[in-house]
Write a protein that binds this ligand. Structure first.
Ligand SMILES: [Zn+2]
Ligand SMILES: [Zn+2]
Length: 191
C-alpha cells in the first residue's frame, strides 16, 4: 500500500509505503504534522521499520524527530544532508543502499544537485524523487550546495533508466511517470 499525505506550509508530500503481506512499512519525508502521519500508520496497522529522508530540508524533515520518538523507527539520511535533521541520524543512506521492507526492497540512489546529499528512493514500480524531479519541473539548485548540471546528469544517468512505466512520486505536487518526464519535462528536452 502507498499513502500520500500533503503536510505543512510548504505542502510537502509525505509517503507511507507498506507491505500488505507483512504489515511493515517505511515513512518517506515526514515534513510536518507528525500526529496525522502516525494516525495514518495506525489506521493501516503498519509497523514502521525506517523513516527515510530524501534530503535535509526542513519541509522534508520537520516531523522526523517526533515520528522517531513515537514509532522508534530509525531515521536514515545521506551524511551530507544529515545536518539538516537537527538531531543525529540513526544511519546513513548511500548510493546502492538496499532496504528490505517485508516482501520488497527499496534501493537508494544518490542524486545531488538540489542538495549535496539528495537521494531518490527506488521501489518496485515507483521512484520517490524528493525535490530532485517534479512533474514537469525540477528542484531549485540555487541553495548552498546546489548544482544544476549535477541534478540534470543524475536524473538522466540514474533515474530515467529505471524505465518509462515507473511512477514518479515527487516531494511536492502530483505524481508522474518516468516516460512522461523524459519526453515532456522542459528541463530534459534536447534541442
Ligand atoms: Zn528541498
Ligand atoms: Zn521540498
Amino acid at each position: 500500500m502507498l499513502r500520500k499525505l500533503v503536510v505543512g506550509p510548504y505542502q510537502s508530500n509525505c509517503y507511507i509505503l507498506g507491505c500488505d503481506k507483512t504489515k511493515v512499512g517505511v515513512v518517506i519525508d515526514p515534513g510536518d504534522e507528525a500526529v496525522r502521519i502516525v494516525n495514518e500508520i495506525s489506521k493501516n496497522k503498519l509497523r514502521i521499520l525506517y523513516t527515510l529522508i530524501t534530503h535535509g530540508h526542513v519541509d522534508h524533515v520537520g516531523a522526523a524527530s517526533e515520528l522517531r520518538r513515537i514509532t522508534k523507527a530509525p531515521v536514515l539520511i545521506h551524511s551530507l544532508d544529515a545536518p539538516g535533521l537537527g538531531f543525529p541520524a540513526d544511519g546513513d543512506l548511500h548510493e546502492g543502499h538496499k532496504i528490505e521492507v517485508g516482501s520488497y526492497t527499496i534501493r537508494a540512489i544518490h542524486t545531488p544537485g538540489h542538495s549535496p546529499g539528495g537521494m531518490c528512493l527506488s521501489a518496485p514500480g515507483a521512484v520517490f524523487t524528493g525535490d530532485t524531479l517534479f512533474a514537469g519541473s525540477i528542484g531549485r539548485t540555487d541553495f548552498p550546495g546546489g548544482n544544476h548540471h549535477q541534478l540534470i546528469q543524475g536524473v538522466i544517468m540514474k533515474i530515467f533508466p529505471l524505465g518509462d512505466d515507473i511512477r514518479v512520486y515527487p516531494g511536492h505536487g502530483p505524481p508522474s511517470t518516468i516516460g512522461r518526464e523524459r519526453l515532456t519535462n522542459p528541463f530534459f528536452r534536447m534541442g
